[in-house]
Design a protein around this ligand. Structure first.
Ligand code: ADP
Ligand code: MG
Length: 383
């Protein structure tokens, strides 16, 4: 609970009151790329005290040297990560508490959001040498489950899917598009592969393979599409004997690498018009309208407007712990995109999610005479 509560506490006690808890919002700045250096770009983002983000624009190089700003804005988030921040630190601050909650039968969601090239996939998936949030979360789950194995038995299942052009595809077993349907656990993709996971190395390989299966733009076959959303869901089921009953808790962790937000989330009138003819990502637009409606406290939230928002229904407005990581580039060449990303991140801070007082839990009372037998069944399931 530590970091999460601490983060809420620092922002203001009002946010952690009984009426609701809000989405935690983080910003991660990536290092300047070689390409950006070569294009002569300057840094327009400064992160101070791991919280404050200063975005400034300079009209010319001489203005830059004289530190004469043209436009500037200050933002403050639950935590802001400078470009030197290690993957493990990002994981620890954004996701590790959610993983703890999942083990107790609570849902958790983390999504990465930002323009193409801003560092979303690096943050979520990472590389073999520097694994990202998805892999670190699963590693952490494995080690926590191992520590608790004497109390009961756990099963960890994962699925990895993509939403591209309003089509849902299984990334672990590519094939026909999947249909969405509602069931008591929320929206599910019918026929999606649920992979029973046993080790971290295996999972990393699986996810990298899955990522290769992401749809590529016909014109840029070597690049994964900037318009595809990838969702990893990890379902942890825990079964134990507690005071003569079999208790089953189910927690769901969703880790989401969103499509590039450029174009789709333009905010001002001018850009709004210019994107009309472009290929707009309907799911991202729907996500921004859901965020708007949630912030405004509207009764009706338009989840059904897109596949992504349907899938995220119980992760945005429901009883879920949610964290959002906004990824940004330091380069002044991406000033507009960075400004838009920070604007949405700032707005997302206002989303309230319902506080979950009870976990997803099922208690099955076992008559005394059968307690030993039930224990035996649990033991056998461990095999
Ligand atoms: P996106 O998924 O948002 O389009 P990527 O995650 O693919 O962007 O990042 C673009 C490039 O920048 C990749 O080559 C990636 O390895 C690199 N990169 C992104 N974030 C970082 C970081 N924090 N540290 C080092 N390299 C990074
Ligand atoms: Mg990517």
């Amino acid at each position: 609970v530590g970091a999460r509560l601490k983060a809420i506490g620092e922002v203001g006690a009002g946010n952690a009151d009984a009426a609701g808890s809000r989405i935690l919002v983080f910003v991660r700045l990536r290092p300047m790329s070689k390409k950006e250096w070569e294009a002569g770009s300057r840094s327009c983002v400064k992160i101070v005290n791991k919280k404050d983000v200063y975005l400034t624009e300079f009209a010319s190089e001489s203005d830059y040297l004289r530190l004469k700003r043209v436009r500037g804005r200050h933002f403050c988030f639950d935590a802001s990560f400078p470009d030197s921040t290690a993957q493990a630190e990002v994981y620890g601050a954004t996701t590790s508490d959610l993983v703890e909650g999942v083990l107790q039968g609570r849902n958790g969601t983390v999504f990465c959001y930002g323009a193409t090239g801003a560092g979303k996939t690096y943050t979520m998936l990472g590389t073999m040498e520097s694994p990202g949030v998805m892999v670190l979360a699963i590693k952490d789950l494995f080690s926590k489950v191992r520590q608790r194995s004497h109390d009961g038995n756990h099963s960890i299942q994962l699925s990895y899917l993509e939403v591209y052009n309003e089509t849902v595809r299984d990334l672990l077993s590519p094939g026909r598009p999947l249909l969405l349907r509602e069931d008591k656990q929320g929206t599910v993709a019918a026929g999606l592969t649920h992979y029973r996971a046993y080790s971290t190395d295996e999972v990393m390989k699986l996810l990298q393979q899955g990522n290769q299966n992401r749809t590529t733009e016909p014109t840029r076959v070597n690049e994964t599409s900037s318009r595809s959303h990838a969702i990893l869901q990890v379902i942890v089921e825990y079964r134990s004997m507690e005071r003569g009953s079999i208790v089953t808790r189910v927690g769901k962790l969703s880790l989401i690498d969103l499509a590039g937000s450029e174009r789709a989330l333009a905010t001002d009138q001018r850009t709004q018009r210019s994107i009309e003819g472009a290929n707009i990502n309907r799911s991202l637009l729907a996500l921004s309208s859901c965020i708007n409606s949630l912030v405004e406290g509207k009764k009706h939230i338009p989840y059904r407007n897109s596949k992504l928002t349907q899938l995220l229904k119980d992760s945005l407005g429901g009883s879920c712990n949610t964290a959002m990581i906004a990824n940004i580039s330091p380069s002044n060449l991406s000033f507009g995109e960075t400004q838009t990303t920070l604007h949405w991140a700032d707005r997302a801070k206002e989303i309230k999610t319902k506080v979950l007082t009870t976990a997803n839990e099922e208690v099955l009372k076992v008559p005394d005479s059968e307690t030993d037998q039930a224990k035996l069944v649990l033991e056998l399931q461990k095999e």
